[in-house]
Write a protein that binds this ligand. Sequence first.
Ligand SMILES: [Zn+2]
Ligand SMILES: [Zn+2]
Length: 348
Amino acid sequence: MSRALFIHGPHDARLAPFNLREGGPDTVLLDVVAVGLCGSDLHYYKDGGIGSALIQAPFVPGHEFAGYLCEDVEPLGLKRGGLVAVDPNKACGHCEFCERGHPNLCPNVVFIGAPPYDGAMTEQIFVPVSQVVPVPQSFSPLEAVMLEPLGVAIHAVDLAKPRLLERVALVGCGPIGLLILQVLKAAGAGEILAVDPQEHRRAMAARLGADRVGVSVQDIRAWTEREGCPLVIEATNSPDGFRDAVLAAKIGGRIVLVGIPDGDTYTLPAAEARRRGLKIKFARRMGEVYPRAIELVAEAKVDVTTLVTDEVGLDEAPDAFRRHAENAPGVIKTLIYPQGKPAKGGQE
Ligand SMILES: [Zn+2]
Ligand SMILES: [Zn+2]
């Protein structure tokens, strides 16, 4: 019998035995080595759902994960015991959106760790072989797990299309914002003006290369003589995230909204957005990003390890959710290790 973390409803996460479901013919069993606690998992914990995706029954979260193969995977040439990442997104492949090359927008998607599909905050999980992502032998479990959120950041920057040396406002320096920051730099963006209300996140943004760090969007307006930036990327969990992105944007600018607002509602002064004539995009999960995510980590163009501030075992997972919900000082990214946490920070 495996154990798992179940979210029962708002602020109610508990460990319980988990009946491992039989895998189909094209699935493989993994020992889950590490799982990331994502902002979306936190929404399920804080609000009991995201928009119409409500938790109907106790639900196992976790879509950012890596595991050790419990058997050989012949088609991929992988051996039992090997470390792999998993792409949680399985699109249908034949709808209008899949056919246009947007599997992230597929309405028939099966997403591991989004209700009603249980996720990976458990000791073992069957995953479709088609969703197994081989990683370089040099990768740590942490690096394998972080490919998924890094993929979200790559997708956001793909949508943003920063011009060479273009000045960018980054609203929100949580794990996704901090990954976007690094991908923007790798993509040749110019000065990056980053803001976040939490001090430890600002410190991390500065450490990872933000050119200026401030508390709020008013700082961005002050730094730019109230002109704003031609490109704004928003990665907050705040209902004010959209408004702040608008206020940080220059006339005629572009905004990419990546965050999921608490309570599933934005507050937006319409005139501020309209008068600027902004182009606004919403990021939804990610497209084909894994090969680039692997390359960025393998070539050390993005530092995923520094972002992981907390590494805990499964027993401590309910407490980790509580700490994230309380915005505990110093917490940026938590990884949960269902087989027991590594001896010392990050690398094995
Ligand atoms: Zn995530
Ligand atoms: Zn589809």
